[in-house]
Design a protein around this ligand. Structure first.
Ligand code: G16
Length: 549
């Protein structure tokens, strides 16, 4: 526990080079720290310190650090820690990250650090291992330097720099690095190349005997997804020709600008660059800036209208397909499937899933919440409506599948398909690329195009609005973010508005990644959903301007 062994001098002089900007308060939010990139150097230095503590605490297991602001504009940046199984940092450690990031001076920082070592019962003699990566943002380079300085000052030897990479690839890498040799052979080589190869192999096996798919348009949001896709695409081009759009990673200002999954979901229309090349009835998809979320869409062949196939539609597609495979494998009494959603899930999707006998849980926004909830099932399907998600197969499930003795060729095939899906679908975190490969497999097996996929249920018209407020932290929620508890009295006013709309539903929550409050609304008609969102947004804005109460 020897906090005295902390390299105080090295830390102190290194920390002085990364002073905390005055008057800024950092919070470890929905997906780690996220704010203007040029204010984050001190935070990255301190994340380096925490990553070393976390690794030592976990007996020298590899911890990941991803530097990205994902869907945010290019000027922002951010960072999050990844725990050894490739999942998000344990929630109980977020407060330590926030505490370290906000220490005003070097001596305060050292005081916090010295206090954490005994508090967290960290054995300083343990080794520490860290792997890190970043997206394409220009501020990333300086942030990597600050992170490395923090790691070095803590005596972390040879941290592994993955360079520019996608968030899911970093998560894959962390998980793989912590596996024992035998498990690692099954999992795949923990490297970017190993990941690409793993996806391509699983996809090829699952597509065996299927006719080549029609070309898929992929909007890469001018982000790192373009780089990753350029490596994968040649390996599968004869089965799935990919037409990558928005691949400009050299112009920083292009990142997520008028493109990407968030643009499509929020504006409910294709990015202009995709619109130019889209044909009626053909599918396209959009990734986000760090390639960890994806949404599909198409233009209706009859009227040319835009139709969104978002995270909810992906969840229902995946749960249905995997459920059928489990039945065909003869394992439906053994393997239970569950779906995890957030309050943003369209009411129709929840109803559809429940109608099909699937248990559905609602948890607060953030992959970290969904992932843990999904781990409770044999097969946990989790997707946020915005396109973040994956399908988790528990270790027990994988063992059951491997040990299963099929009684017919059909059972054998279904079992093998399930095992291949375990390889195709990122088990550490949602991956836009792995997810769209899964969607393509399902569509090919069902011989469906986007129209058939879309027919399961009709989304209730909905609208998502951002409201800029003076203090988003004044907004507090409960019941998986479906109800405001603060500011007092606001929830009742939202209710009063909602009650005026047929099938109305609306909720208000502070974003954990942007400086705004989000308002979600759905109703039986397009006009109703838009009007409901506008009225609730005005209410929130009036409150923020001090015009209420
Ligand atoms: C992050 C999280 C997601 C979350 C999104 C929006 O995504 O990983 O789970 O849905 O932020 O969160 P909020 O509404 O709190 O801003 P990304 O793609 O930005 O990393």
């Amino acid at each position: 526990m020897a906090s005295s062994q902390l390299p105080v001098h090295a830390l102190s002089s290194a920390s002085d080079k990364y002073p905390k900007p005055q008057g800024v308060a950092f919070t470890y939010g929905t997906a780690g720290f996220r704010t203007k990139g040029d204010t984050l150097e001190s935070t990255l230095f301190r994340i380096g310190l925490l990553a070393v503590l976390r690794s030592k605490k976990l007996n020298g297991q590899t911890i990941g650090v991803m530097i990205t602001a994902s869907h945010n504009p290019a000027i922002d940046n951010g960072a999050k820690l990844v725990d050894p199984r490739g999942e998000m940092l344990d929630a109980s450690w977020e407060q330590h990250a926030t505490l370290l990031a906000n220490a005003e001076t070097t001596s305060e920082l050292l005081k916090v650090l010295t206090g954490l070592i005994p508090e967290l019962k960290i054995d300083w003699t343990k080794p520490s291992r860290v792997v890190f990566g970043r997206d394409t943002r220009p501020s990333g380079e300086a942030l990597v330097k600050a992170l490395k300085a923090g790691l070095e000052a803590m005596g972390c030897h040879a941290p592994l720099d993955m360079g520019i990479t996608t968030t899911p690839c970093l998560h894959y890498m962390v998980k793989g690095s912590n596996l024992k040799q035998e498990a690692q052979i099954k999992y795949g080589v923990p490297s970017e190349q190993g990941y690409v190869q793993k996806l391509a192999t699983a996809f090829t096996k699952l597509m065996k005997g299927k006719s080549p798919a029609s070309p898929l348009i992929v909007d890469c949001a001018n982000g790192v997804g373009a780089v990753a896709l350029a490596k994968l695409s040649p390996l599968i081009s004869d089965i799935l020709p990919i037409r990558s759009i928005c691949t400009n990673t050299s112009d920083a200002s292009a990142l997520n600008h008028s493109c990407g999954a968030d643009y499509v979901k929020t504006n409910q229309k294709p990015p202009p660059a995709v619109q130019e090349v889209m044909e009626k009835g053909h599918r396209a998809c959009s990734l986000d800036g760090d390639a960890d979320r994806v949404v599909y869409y198409y233009l209706n062949p009859d009227d040319g209208k835009f139709r969104l196939l978002d995270g909810d539609k992906i969840a229902t597609l995946a749960a249905g397909f995997i459920g059928d495979l489990v039945k065909q494998a003869g394992l439906s009494d053994t393997l239970k499937i569950g779906v995890v959603q957030t309050a943003y899930a369209n009411g129709s999707s929840t109803q559809y899933l429940q109608h099909n006998g699937l248990p559905v849980r609602c948890v607060p926004t953030g992959v970290k919440h969904l992932h843990h909830a999904a781990e409770r099932y044999n097969i946990g399907v989790y997707f946020e409506a915005n396109g973040h998600g994956t399908v988790l197969f528990s270790e027990e499930t994988i063992d059951i599948l491997n040990a299963h003795e099929p009684r017919s060729p059909a059972q054998e095939t279904a079992t093998q398909h399930l095992l291949c899906l375990v390889d195709l679908i990122n088990q550490a975190v949602g991956d836009a690329i792995s997810d769209f490969l899964m969607v393509e497999v399902i569509l090919a097996h069902k011989r469906w195009g986007p129209v058939e996929w879309d027919q399961g249920y009709e989304d209730l018209p909905n609208r998502l609005v951002k409201v800029n407020v003076t203090d988003r932290f004044a907004f507090k929620t409960q019941d998986a973010e479906r109800r405001l508890v603060e500011p007092k009295g606001l929830a009742e006013r939202v209710d009063a508005i909602v009650n005026k709309f047929e099938k109305g539903r609306s909720f208000v929550r502070p974003s954990g990644t942007e400086d705004c409050v989000r308002v979600y609304a759905e109703a039986s008609t397009r006009v109703g959903a838009d009007e409901l969102a506008a009225q609730v947004a005005t209410l929130v804005s009036d409150f923020s301007n001090g015009d209420l109460f």
